[in-house]
Each structure stands twice: as structure tokens, then as C-alpha cells.
Design a protein around this ligand. Structure first.
Ligand SMILES: Cc1cc2nc3c(=O)[nH]c(=O)nc-3n(C[C@H](O)[C@H](O)[C@H](O)COP(=O)(O)OP(=O)(O)OC[C@H]3O[C@@H](n4cnc5c(N)ncnc54)[C@H](O)[C@@H]3O)c2cc1C
Length: 380
């Protein structure tokens, strides 16, 4: 059964989506996002004890794919909200979880996660943002960029240097010293509210510093948070593949050339087969990774990297096949397949580029066959 029939509220959420309008406007109306956040569907794995939906990773994945099939920008915002909740869950004290998780799951507040900086992209160990504790306060100074949902967020989970390691701190978007500006028009996920965030000696109470993150290695903090983010992005890729498959198949049945529906021309049929294979591969990779996360398997981290890599690759390939099948009927910039084509490429850049994923996968292959690591932990 499709998740919109079994997850209360999801059908309503999808029914309110105006993906082409949002893409053209480079924005989603904030009041709609607040409503979606209140429904708990933007971070649906948050436990019911905190007012959340308590979905398994696998169910949340199907939800994410359903959103991603309709609107990649909304799916990106959902991923950011879930990552913010995941950071609080893993690094917050009991009091911090009790404070922040209901905020993200039910109050309508929007969250975003900030790792990347001008000089720290793939190499997050190069982060320069400083989180300094003085007395009862923490001071945050630095610049973050490409913060998805940054233009909508009420709370930013900011990662930075802290003592001999790193830390994560929850920064209210309206705190004194915080400046949030749009990144500018991006090729994909145009309505995701990407932002540049400047933090100038932002003073916060010490309770804003997520207790269990203090002085942990930055690689650990990023890696743990990215397990959620990568799986969410991977399911978003499944959504893109499904949207492309449906659009291409419908068009190939309707459009006639040389006296036949183009689906009957074998070179076109091959592309439909490739799309179906892409959907199968990406879904299976995500189901396996979601199963590993739900089982708390030690294999989960690598299964998630593999799922993200496979789904991103298949989404790029599927959007290219769909564009070829639909041809001139799909090339207007605001059409579903054109949007999918632009959005899909983003998946190969975010939450670890293709190259970073390949290095991690190769390292895992070497280690699991008795070799020593090719690569350092700092890249995770
Ligand atoms: C749409 C979008 C949304 C984003 N959302 C967020 C967000 O919400 N929060 C956040 O913190 N960040 C976000 N980012 C930033 C994103 O995580 C980074 O763009 C990504 O990590 C890559 O960093 P970079 O762009 O600086 O590329 P670079 O790290 O400069 O890499 C450039 C190229 O070099 C390759 N490369 C780098 N090092 C190596 C190596 N050792 N071996 C082989 N190849 C290498 C890379 O794979 C890539 O192809 C977002 C980015 C985009 C585009």
C-alpha cells in the first residue's frame, strides 16, 4: 500500500504541494512549512515519547520517497529537519532531548544543519567555526554556507571546533550576531532555502551546547549525523527515479511517432527498462540500509553510504533517460522531468560527494578483505 494511505496526514501534505510554482518562486510559503512541521511528518522518526510519529527508518524512508517523488525541495527540508532531530537525539542530554525534540516534531519550528564552510566542504576537518565556552555561556563565531532550509529555519544545529575536538550547538536563527542570507539561485532544489549563515560572537546559554557532542572528534559528529542525512537523501533519490519512470512511461504510451506509440520503438523501450531497473536498484539499496538502521546493525553506516551512492547515481541516470524519452515536451525549465534532472545532480554532491562515497566504499572493501584502511577517519 502506498505510504500516503497508511501514514496519517501524508496524503494531505502531498495534496498541498505546488512543486513547479515553488521551484519558479524559489521558495515554499513558510506557513505551509510550519503546518508540515506541526504534523510531525518532517522528522517522523522522533519517538512518540517526544510527541513524534515514532516511525522506523524504513517507514520514514517510504514517506521520504513519497515526498521526494512530488517535490525535491520539500524533501530536502524534510531531510534537514530530520538531521537536526537526529543530532539532538544522539548528542543531547536527557533535558536537551526533552526540550528540543518536541520543538522539532510538533511545535511547527523548523530546523537546519550547518557543517559546510567556505574552506570545509568534503573535508569537514577543516572547519574553522569556533564554539567557545566561557562561564555560563557559549560563543559561536564562523561562517556556514549551503545550509539547506537556512532561510526558513528557527533553529540551526551548528557544528564547529570546541577545545581539542568539536561540538554541536543549537543556535536560534534570531539570536543576536546571526545573519542569514540566501545562497543565490541554485541549479537544483531551488525552493529549499539554501543559506549562508554568519555567526559573529553569538552568545548563547551553555544549555545550547549539545552535551554529548562536547569535544568529540568532528569526524564522529559529522558521521553520526550524516547516517540520517544520507539515508534520507537516498530515499529522496528513489522518489526522483519513481517520478521519472512514471512520467516517461505515460509519455511513451501517449506519444505516437512513425505510426506507433514511442514505447513500441525498441530504443525507447530500452530506456523504460533502464528506468524500471533504476527504481528497483535504488529501492532495494534503501530498503537494505533502512533494515540495517532499524536493526542497529554495525553494517548500517556502510549500507547507508552504499544506498546514498546507488540512489544518487540511479536518480541522475533515470532523469537523463526520462528527459530523452520525453524530449521537447520535457525541456521547459519548470516541468517535472526538467526539475528532476536539475535536482538529481545535487544528490551526487550532497551528504558526501560521489568521490567521498567511493573512497568510503573502497576502504570498506579493502578492510573487509583483510587490508588496512586506505583513507583516514577524518573524511567520514
Ligand atoms: C544543494 C546543496 C545542499 C546542501 N546542503 C547542505 C546543508 O544543509 N548543510 C551543510 O552543512 N552543507 C550543505 N551542502 C554542502 C555540501 O555538503 C558540500 O557541497 C559537499 O560536501 C561538497 O563540498 P564542496 O562543494 O565544497 O566540494 P569540494 O569538497 O571542494 O570538492 C570538489 C570536488 O573535488 C572532489 N574531491 C574533494 N576531495 C577529494 C578527495 N580527497 N579525493 C577525490 N575527490 C575529492 C569532490 O568529490 C568534488 O567532486 C549542500 C550543498 C548543496 C549543493
Amino acid at each position: 500500500m502506498p505510504p500516503e494511505e497508511t501514514i496519517p496526514g501524508l496524503g494531505d501534505l502531498l495534496g498541498q504541494a505546488e512543486p513547479d510554482d515553488w521551484d519558479r518562486a524559489h521558495a515554499i510559503p513558510k506557513d505551509l512549512l510550519v503546518g508540515f512541521a506541526r504534523s510531525g511528518l518532517l522528522c517522523a522518526e522522533v519517538d512518540e515519547a517526544y510527541g513524534g510519529r515514532g516511525l522506523t527508518a524504513t517507514r520514514n524512508g517510504e514517506l521520504t520517497a513519497a515526498v521526494g517523488e512530488v517535490c525535491g525541495s520539500l524533501r530536502s527540508i524534510l531531510t534537514s529537519q530530520g538531521m537536526a532531530a537526529s543530532a539532538v537525539l544522539h548528542f543531547g542530554s536527557a533535558e536537551q532531548r526533552a526540550h528540543y525534540l518536541p520543538l522539532l516534531a510538533t511545535s511547527g519550528a523548523l530546523g537546519a544543519v550547518a557543517f559546510s564552510e567556505p574552506e570545509a566542504g568534503s573535508d569537514l576537518s577543516a572547519m574553522e567555526t569556533e564554539i567557545a565556552a566561557k562561564g555560563d555561556s557559549v560563543f559561536v563565531t564562523g561562517q556556514k554556507r549551503w545550509v539547506t532550509a537556512g532561510m526558513y529555519a528557527d533553529h540551526l544545529v551548528v557544528f564547529g571546533r570546541h577545545g581539542v575536538g568539536g561540538a554541536a550547538v543549537v543556535v536560534p536563527a534570531d539570536a543576536s550576531g546571526v545573519t542569514i542570507e540566501p545562497t543565490g539561485t541554485s541549479m537544483g532544489f531551488r525552493a529549499s532555502g539554501h543559506a549562508v549563515v554568519s555567526l559573529d560572537e553569538v552568545e548563547l546559554p551553555r544549555s545550547a551546547l549539545l552535551a554529548r557532542s562536547a569535544q568529540a572528534p568532528l569526524s564522529h559528529l559529522a558521521g553520526r549525523t550524516l547516517v540520517y542525512g544520507r539515508l534520507s537523501v537516498a530515499w529522496g533519490g528513489v522518489g526522483i527515479v519513481r517520478a521519472c519512470l512514471a512520467a516517461a512511461a505515460r509519455h511513451a504510451i501517449r506519444r505516437t511517432q512513425f505510426g506507433l506509440p514511442i514505447a513500441r520503438h525498441q530504443l525507447v523501450a530500452r530506456r523504460l527498462a533502464e528506468l524500471r531497473v533504476a527504481e528497483h536498484l535504488a529501492t532495494l539499496a534503501c530498503l537494505r540500509a533502512g533494515g540495517s538502521v532499524d536493526a542497529r546493525s554495525p553494517a548500517a553506516v556502510m549500507d547507508v553510504v552504499l544506498a546514498k551512492h546507488v540512489a544518487a547515481r540511479e536518480a541522475v541516470s533515470a532523469s537523463s533517460h526520462a528527459m530523452q524519452v520525453i524530449a521537447s515536451a520535457g525541456v521547459k525549465d519548470d516541468g517535472l522531468v526538467a526539475r528532476a534532472y536539475r535536482d538529481a545532480k545535487m544528490l551526487e554532491l550532497i551528504e558526501g560527494t560521489n568521490e567521498m562515497c567511493e573512497l568510503m566504499i573502497a576502504e570498506d572493501a579493502v578492510r573487509s578483505h583483510g587490508g588496512s584502511g586506505l583513507w583516514t577517519e577524518t573524511l567520514r
